[in-house]
Ligand binder design. Structure first.
Ligand SMILES: [Zn+2]
Ligand SMILES: [Zn+2]
Length: 267
């Protein structure tokens, strides 16, 4: 959307398709800078996109009927957004990214057990990537994939992350060792992040306390309590360069809590 678009202009443009409201992306506090007012204009300027939430699915279908798809393009939808500016009406072309709910998961083998120890977390995903597309990419690069889930919010819209379960540990480790993966399709190019999918675990060194700090280095690759983390990664040692992951490390701009809740239902 244009950086200076207002909520009223959006409601006026999309209202004819049915009852809807505007959700500005991200956590306002995260985008606001000290001393700035947290107006919607500031947020629109920072992110360049908004979520339009319709009460009914048929509104989305009707909206898409009024969108154009450029001939020869990869199928992106464009909508002509009219907005008043300085007493004149301006038309801007904005992209609409609909989501088909069934694209959020892909199961290759319904009988396979979804083992968290063979599951990777994929972050910084592009909003147009479907579970099946992610399946094809990961399956080709790292080996047999049994399940792909795209994490979604309460409206079942993607939040920019997903989980991929492999059938073997060797595929899992190949994926983890990459850490980042450049996905290029006709629609977009995006560098995604691959991390181990974390569970709640006890410290795997002392077995005395909870181990929220997971060291993703292949030499460690285990959960630590903070005492054991410090003991195994002292400053100046070879291990000092290791980085840890926790279940609460924010990994994208939308609601990371949602994603963690979804993670709990994995097994
Ligand atoms: Zn410990
Ligand atoms: Zn380590």
């Amino acid at each position: 959307v244009p950086w200076d678009v207002t909520e009223d202009a959006l409601l006026e443009a999309f209202g004819p398709y049915g009852r809807c409201r505007v959700e500005w992306p991200g956590n306002e506090a995260r985008f606001a800078r000290p001393g700035q007012n947290r107006g919607t204009i500031t947020r629109g300027k920072v992110t360049g996109y908004v979520y339009m939430i319709f009460d009914h699915e048929h509104s989305v279908r009707q909206l898409l009927r009024d969108c154009s798809q450029e001939f020869g393009s990869a199928g992106e939808w464009y909508f002509r957004l009219k907005a008043k500016r300085n007493n004149t009406i301006e038309t801007r072309q904005v992209q609409i990214i609909p989501w088909v709910v069934s694209d959020a998961s892909y199961v290759e083998d319904p009988g396979a057990r979804l083992d968290a120890k063979k599951t990777v977390f994929v972050g910084a995903l592009h909003g147009m990537i479907t579970a099946h597309v992610l399946f094809s990419i990961m399956n080709e690069l790292y080996g047999k994939v049994v399940f792909v889930g795209i994490d979604t919010d309460k409206y079942k819209y993607p939040i920019g992350s997903g989980r991929v379960t492999f059938s073997s540990h060797s595929s899992y480790f190949r994926a983890i060792e990459c850490a980042f993966l450049e996905i290029k399709t006709s629609k977009f190019s995006k560098r995604v992040q691959i991390d181990p999918f974390l569970e709640e675990s006890e410290c795997m060194i002392c077995h005395q306390s909870v181990g929220p700090y997971f060291c993703r280095d292949r030499g460690c690759f285990r959960y630590h309590c903070s005492m054991c983390w410090q003991r195994r990664h002292p400053p100046g040692s070879l291990n000092a360069t290791h980085r840890y992951l926790t279940r609460n490390t924010p990994r994208n701009n939308r609601d990371p809590i949602d994603l963690l809740n979804l993670g709990n239902s994995l097994i």
